[in-house]
Write a protein that binds this ligand. Structure first.
Ligand code: ADP
Ligand code: XUL
Length: 532
């Protein structure tokens, strides 16, 4: 019996999954989640986020993430599991967010007192109190500056896999460098959320993996190294402040004496952490081409594995490194669960009322269309928030429920075509994948089979599987990804939804109308021509 721990520090919550692996078989023996707003109210976040006075700013507290780890280890230690066989720990984190540390951080990380919680001990190691996160859309100017300095968007896309996106770490670093030069100069190390939390566990600076490094606009995708031209275009002296980039299976260190003593844990291996989407790729079993996953979390994302980094020259989506050593295409939508919740709350519904409204309305929504851009949107880029309605009265609750879900699914379909994946099967994950009625709309819009999983946090499951995989490598007995994922992820499929041909035809026609509405709302062209 060997135990492997996966942690997922997402926008709103921290989740842990422990796998018990016996021979080739694995089962989930522990799963727990804590929501930041409720578990750590002193940080005053709303859905895990703090909004600044400046439009588009979205930040969160790295100290809150550290305290959440402590609370979670407390739960794991009290679970009754025999943790002496906890071999390895890996993690997943919200992508793009950055944590700024000064030169005292190394010694603070290494010398923490196990009698005290982590946050108060590392607070002095921060050179910036709050971390910008992926929901931040305040860096358009920096995106333009970086794009121009590297020689244009096509160059940035070709080298890094993405155009400059407001939420990506490079533009965020540039804004900090310009606005707070003294604090930038006092910064010794800039971590991603993933590498920061791995560093906290290991008690020493941990590397960034290519999956999360590719969400920075700073990494050369082909060589998985920092790209000097992008570093220069972003901020002075940046190279010396970034962690090393190392493969996802790298052992970053051993669980530090702090965590061992504080929660009576063994010296488990700490595996490099990655982003939540690369981890979800593993947790939904996408180690082969030709499948797609849709994650309905705080953000909605659609992604699939790529053997070759076929970047999106149109600039809609991104190519990231995958934990398998391959690549993954991804398109991200900011108005995911938060938009669904907005509609649910606006009309005083519960999730079951939301599902009933979907059942009570017809595919196509009788011509009612909602563009659910309640917050600034990433895809398509909408910097000034504001929902748009077509034939949809404001007091029409059912119309809004179907409107938000249909718009999200049609947008995902239209804006993932650049990946060139003929989607026959979609693996659905994220909190809202628990909702079968939402998955039914997904199946019908895509005309594809949709698989629902028993574990809705595939990022966390993927992290636990990464811990297992890296451990087999470090023991000199490596197991292939197929061998790790196939026997484990497939049995977790609890439901398969098949598309209805007639409904799919309705959506195929409606998608032209929907994309014309997007074009019209964006004011960017002739609405009679559909988006490609
Ligand atoms: P993240 O990991 O990005 O923080 P999760 O994947 O944990 O988010 O998803 C959390 C979200 O799932 C909640 O904000 C909620 O909106 C949504 N959710 C949970 N249950 C349901 C449901 N039955 N129907 C629709 N959405 C749901
Ligand atoms: C992906 C993205 C989001 C975050 C959410 O590019 O910005 O999916 O990773 O945690």
């Amino acid at each position: 019996m060997s135990l492997y721990l996966g942690l997922d520090s997402s926008t709103q919550s921290l989740t842990a999954i422990v796998l018990d692996v016996d021979g080739g078989r694995a089962q989930v023996v522990f799963e727990a989640s804590l929501a930041f707003d409720e578990a750590l109210p002193e940080y005053e976040t709303h859905h895990g986020v703090l909004r600044g006075a400046e439009t588009g700013v979205a930040v969160s507290s790295p100290l809150m993430w550290a305290d959440a780890l402590d609370l979670m280890f407390g739960k794991i230690a009290a679970s009754g599991l025999d943790l002496r066989t906890l071999e390895a720990i890996a993690g997943s984190a919200q992508q793009h967010g950055s944590v700024y540390l000064n030169a005292s951080a190394s010694s603070l990380l290494a010398g923490m007192n196990p009698r005290l919680p982590p946050a108060q001990q590392i607070a002095g190691g921060l050179s910036r109190a709050l971390s910008p996160i992926w929901m931040d859309s305040s860096t358009s100017r920096e995106c333009e500056e970086i794009t121009a300095a590297v020689g244009g968007s096509h160059v940035l896309i070709e080298r890094t896999g993405s155009r400059a996106f407001e939420r990506f770490t490079g533009p965020q670093i540039r804004k900090f460098f310009k606005r707070e030069p003294a604090a930038y100069a006092a910064t010794d190390r800039i971590h991603l959320v993933s590498s920061f939390l791995a560093s906290l566990l290991a008690g020493a600076h941990a590397p960034v993996d290519p999956g999360d490094g590719s969400g920075t606009n700073l990494m050369d995708l082909a060589s998985a190294t920092w790209w000097p031209i992008a570093l220069e275009a972003t901020a002075l002296g940046l190279k010396g402040k970034l962690p090393l980039i190392r493969p996802s299976s790298t052992i970053a260190g051993t669980l530090s004496p702090y965590w061992q003593a504080r929660h009576r844990l063994p010296p488990s291996r700490v595996v490099a952490w990655s982003g939540d989407n690369p981890c979800s790729l593993i947790g939904t079993g996408l180690v082969r081409e030709g499948l797609a996953s849709i994650s309905l979390g705080t953000s909605d994302t659609i992604f699939s594995l790529m053997r070759h980094p076929n970047a999106d020259t149109g600039g809609t989506g991104s190519v990231f490194g995958a934990p398998t050593g391959d690549y993954m295409g991804l398109t991200c939508f900011a108005n995911g669960s938060i938009a669904r919740e907005r509609v649910r709350d606006e009309y005083g519904l519960t999730w079951s009322g939301f599902s009933e409204a979907l059942t009570a309305t017809s595919p196509g929504n009788d011509g009612r269309i909602l563009l659910p851009w309640f917050d600034p949107e990433i895809t398509p880029p909408v910097l000034v928030a504001g929902a748009r309605r077509y034939n949809l009265p404001i007091d029409d609750a059912n119309g809004h429920v179907r409107g938000v879900v249909e718009a999200q699914m049609m947008a995902m379909n239209l804006h993932s075509r650049w990946m060139g994946v003929g989607v026959e099967r979609i693996h659905a994950t994220g909190g809202a994948s628990a909702n079968v009625e939402i998955l039914r709309v997904m199946a019908d819009v895509f005309g594809a089979e949709v698989c629902q999983f028993q574990v809705s946090n595939s990022a966390c499951l993927g992290a636990a599987l990464r811990a297992y995989h890296a451990d087999t490598i470090s023991r000199g007995n490596p197991r292939g990804w197929d061998e790790i994922v196939a026997p484990f992820v497939e049995p977790l499929i609890v439901r398969r939804l098949h598309p209805d041909r007639r409904r799919h035809e309705i959506y195929e026609r409606l998608m032209n109308v929907y994309s014309a509405c997007e074009i019209e709302a964006l004011g960017c062209g002739d609405a009679s021509k559909p988006l490609q």
